[in-house]
Design a protein around this ligand. Structure first.
Ligand code: 13P
Length: 262
């Protein structure tokens, strides 16, 4: 079992295309109540609601002083102009977003976000002084061909090399193997451990030895305690973040682990 890192943990709830603004407000309030009753000491928590929910969620977070930050699920690489259906970074920071997910596998796979667009988007985010949450991860074909290490290294290098070393400090990385997302089949502890060690080697070669590395893919209240011991700094949670109880159980599992090992 590896010791948890000196860094604070981070747990992000990615709501994907779920919950309208009324449901989003309700879930945020529930999360607020549970965090008030049972606060955490070692974990930063962030919520990534759909765009149209952000303003309402932001109001609730501010007025009820809920200790969570706001994350955008995606952002356009351009600041303004003819990009029908897209949202700009300044629009999102204006409603309180401080972290931007860049290159989620669902954007890469279904919306043609290639490595070049990922790099341009991440550059745009950190140039504005905002935080980026860069997602990388391989599909089953790559995994079964035992090529995931070079695949993920390429994803990391192409997104991070264009950034200055100072800009890289604004980046957190999430390892989300596509075969584990929404499938109920999380990576095993050993797979997370090996992949994280590999990501950290690549990050060290990019002068990013202290970057937070999250894991995402079928994380739930049952597997969080074991997975958090595998050298990671937290989780990017999809399905289990849509219910306050399961999301909080994950957050508390992480906090408990960090408290124990400090
Ligand atoms: P699930 O937790 O639903 O597998 O989703 C993971 C994910 O894609 C988070 O960004």
């Amino acid at each position: 079992m590896e010791l948890v890192s000196e860094r604070r943990a981070l747990v992000v709830g990615n709501w994907k295309m779920n919950l309208d603004f009324v449901e989003a407000v309700h879930l945020t309030q529930q999360i607020g109540v549970l965090l008030r009753h049972n606060p955490v000491a070692h974990v930063d928590v962030a919520l990534a609601p759909p765009f149209v929910d952000l303003r309402s969620v932001s109001s609730v977070v501010d007025s009820e002083r809920i200790p969570v930050s706001l994350c955008a699920q995606h952002v356009n690489a351009n600041e303004a102009g003819p990009h029908t259906g897209e949202i700009s970074l300044s629009m999102l920071t204006r409603v309180g977003v401080t972290t931007f997910i860049v290159g989620h596998s669902e954007r890469r796979t279904h919306y043609a976000m290639d490595d070049d667009t990922v790099a341009r988007t991440l550059t745009h985010v950190v140039r504005a002084g905002q935080r980026g949450l860069l997602c990388v991860g391989e599909d089953l074909v790559v995994r079964e061909a035992s090529e995931y290490e070079s695949f993920v290294a390429t994803q990391l290098e192409s997104a991070l090399r264009p950034l200055s070393v100072a800009q890289r400090e604004l980046v957190t990385v999430a390892y989300e193997p596509i075969w584990a997302i929404g499938t109920g089949r999380s990576a095993t502890s050993e797979e997370v451990n090996l992949a994280t060690a590999h990501l950290r080697r690549v990050l060290a070669s990019l002068e990013m030895p202290t970057t937070r590395v999250l894991y995402g893919g079928s994380v739930n209240a049952d597997n969080a305690s074991e997975l958090i011991h595998q050298g990671i700094d937290g989780f990017l949670v999809g399905g289990a973040s849509l219910k306050a109880e399961s999301f909080l159980a994950i957050i508390h599992a992480v906090d408990g682990c960090y408290a124990e090992l400090r």
